[in-house]
Every structure is written in structure tokens, then in C-alpha cells.
Design a protein around this ligand. Structure first.
Ligand SMILES: [Zn+2]
Length: 136
């Protein structure tokens, strides 16, 4: 996506559009319980999109098994589709990853991922939706 059309809605509006869990994580910056993501079963080609606005975030080949219990990716579709900002919560300095289009909290990115990027995008599965290639 070259130009990002921002979607801005008040929290109350998102609350109406999302499930309770989606709202808690994407809007209130929650964290899903590790190991509860169902994407571990996904092995077909496709794309992971923002659950709130459908922005393309990751292609399935960039997904890897990190052992953390959260879906992990080493490379985004485009760095323009997401925003990174420092997160000082929990007494740690982490880089928070947000959807560039709607500001949804997606997860965090770390520098201990596999080659070629060395990045580990540690995502909340609830913040993503998987679209199989045939349905794109
Ligand atoms: Zn979004």
C-alpha cells in the first residue's frame, strides 16, 4: 500500500464492531493467552491481515515456529503497513507494532528472529485474520 488511508474511530465504535477479545487486544493493547492462537494449524499459502481493517500484514511463508505460543513472523508484507513505537510498559523497553491504517495494537517486534531479517514479529493471533490464497 503506497498511500495509507487512515481509519480513525473512537474506542466505543470499535467496541461495537469487534468481539470482546478483539477489542481488548487491538484497542486496549491486551495480550492473548499464549498457545491459544489457532494459526498453528495454518500451513497453506495466504496472507495475514489486520482483523480491524483488512490491511495486509504478513505472508504465510514468513511465519515461523518461535516456541513462544504466539504467532511469529520474520518479515512484514511492507513496513509501510505497520508502525513501530517504543513501549515502556511492564518495566521493559519493547517495540510495539501497530497497524498503520487503523492504529490497531498487533504485538511487538524483537531482534532475535531468524535470517534473513533477524526480526521476530510476535503477534496476537486475535489481531490477525488469515485469508487463504484462493480467496484473495
Ligand atoms: Zn488495521
Amino acid at each position: 500500500m503506497v498511500t495509507v488511508d487512515k481509519i480513525e474511530k473512537p474506542d466505543a465504535e470499535w467496541k461495537k464492531l469487534l468481539t470482546e477479545k478483539q477489542y481488548e487486544i487491538t484497542t486496549r493493547k491486551g495480550t492473548e493467552v499464549p498457545g491459544t492462537c489457532t494459526f498453528d494449524e495454518v500451513h497453506e499459502p495466504g496472507i495475514f491481515q489486520c482483523v480491524r481493517c483488512g490491511t495486509d500484514l504478513f505472508r504465510s511463508p514468513s511465519k515461523f515456529e518461535s516456541g513462544t505460543g504466539w504467532p511469529s513472523f520474520y518479515e512484514p508484507v511492507s513496513t509501510l503497513n505497520m508502525v513501530e513505537q517504543p513501549d515502556m510498559s511492564l518495566g521493559m523497553v519493547r517495540m510495539e507494532v501497530l497497524c498503520a491504517r487503523c492504529g490497531s495494537h498487533l504485538g511487538h517486534v524483537f531482534d532475535d528472529g531468524p535470517p534473513p531479517t533477524g526480526k521476530r514479529y510476535c503477534m496476537n493471533g486475535v489481531a490477525l485474520k488469515f485469508i487463504p490464497e484462493g480467496r484473495l
